[in-house]
Design a protein around this ligand. Sequence first.
Ligand SMILES: [Zn+2]
Length: 261
Amino acid sequence: MEKKSTAENAEINRDELVSFIDELLNTNRYKDYSCNGLQVQGAQVINKVGLLVDASLQGYRLALEKKCQLIAVHHGIIWDGIRSVSGSSYNHVKFLLDNNLNLYASHLPLDLHPEIGNNAQLASMLNLTGLKPFGNYKGTDIGFEGNPDKSTDLDSIVQTLSEKLDTQCTVLPFGKKTISKVAVVSGGAADLLTEAIKKGIDCYITGEPVHYNYHEAQENGINVVYAGHYHTEKPGIQALGAVLQERFGIQTEFIDIPTPI
Ligand SMILES: [Zn+2]
């Protein structure tokens, strides 16, 4: 009987998979303090990819149980290069090497990708149109601004994000009731509130709140929605999994370890 390539038995060479993801996400194009790409090398043959927002020992153990050979994450373990492999870094590297697990990380490239990136996915969830780059981080725009449907108000934005991301939003309701300009930057981008104010955004959406945004938002009459660092950074890694599954027929699984932050 002819061997068919199905999700159960499809496999791919690791280097081929890594090159594909590097190219898809333009991994080497952006300045980032994350070392994006293959951070720890493991097995040569991949038939299942585990998808995590955060590199963690808990996540590695689950990926191993689920028989993954490669773990793709948004927040990896090597930032600004290797300083030492001791303590927590040692525990991570040892676990990965002992278990022949590959760790692939993609930080900014997975935030800003125009289709599968966290921010493109968030903009699509909110049905934003007329998208323009927004959110300058070290010379690169990582988010988007755009226009929602006419009937959109703050409550409907919060409801959509809560339902689609399975999150609880923190809201600073200091702006217009009817929203015509929205900007989104996933994760920890509270500092970009200043850019949102300058650009006349009615509702700024990011992941993680900071206390000092409160009066800045109130004094400038802008709505801010914090939908969670973790939860706003799920969509990109999930979309990457879907692309890999479609392209190579390999199995992928999103391993959900939500944080309340
Ligand atoms: Zn992040």
